[in-house]
Design a protein around this ligand. Structure first.
Ligand code: PGA
Length: 219
């Protein structure tokens, strides 16, 4: 059976109080997920709270950041470097369409981020918007997230997503392709049961602990 990944992208949501409320609801379900890799990507400032919860609870969940500086440590005010993130997380989202659009992140910047993530042992989860998005050489995990499907309640159809996942694997060194865009506990299986989609990247639905657990179960 293929190992499935369920990745939560909390985006710029949740205060520390709300993170603790989420944990309070989720911890009853967090009993080890056989054959599933669960990764939570909270805002940077929430990583320490989650890290301490995961170690106290002996949880199998891993952490990811949502962004990383394109520069190494040093005089880059306001940036968080890959070296700093690695103290808390094992993964990092790079190239999300919200960052490309709102923060003008170019392929050049994104490629630098991937390079630094790899340098410090953070696994990039590289987001692509369609089959034309450039993927850096040393990326193993990709999330296919068509812009029309993000936060709209209008997911891509699983046949198209599967076709793109297959194409990415054939044309690159990528071994793991996730689908993202309006994933819920009701539609997750339609994606994860295809041969080439290895999991999902979940935004809005991951903010509800019970719904996120249902997604993990149904994946
Ligand atoms: P969504 O977001 O699940 O709310 O559509 C997915 C994402 O942007 O990663």
């Amino acid at each position: 059976m293929k190992r499935k990944f369920i990745v939560a992208n909390w985006k710029s949501n949740f205060t520390s109080l709300e993170v603790n409320q989420w944990i309070e609801r989720f911890k009853n379900y967090d009993l080890g997920f056989t054959n599933k890799g669960v990764i939570i990507c909270p805002p940077f400032v929430m990583l320490p709270i989650l890290k301490s919860y995961l170690s106290n609870h002996k949880s199998s969940i891993k952490l990811g950041a949502q962004n990383v500086s394109p520069f190494d440590e040093g005089a880059y005010t306001g940036e968080v470097s890959a070296k700093q993130i690695k103290e808390f997380a094992d993964y990092v989202l790079i190239g999300h369409s919200e960052r490309r659009k709102n923060f003008m992140e170019s392929d050049e910047i994104l490629f630098k981020k991937v390079e630094l993530a790899n340098k410090y042992g953070l696994a990039p989860i590289f987001c692509v918007q369609d089959e034309t998005t450039k993927i850096p050489e040393n990326v193993k995990m990709v999330a296919y997230e068509p812009v029309f499907a993000i936060g709209t309640g209008n997911p891509d159809n699983p046949e198209t997503a599967e076709k793109i996942a297959k194409q990415i694997k054939e044309n690159t060194k990528v071994t793991t392709v996730l689908y993202g865009g309006s994933v819920t506990s009701k539609n997750v299986k339609d994606f994860t049961q295809t041969p080439d989609i290895n999991g999902v990247l979940v935004g809005g639905a991951s903010l509800d602990a019970q719904e996120f657990y249902a997604i993990i179960q149904n994946a």
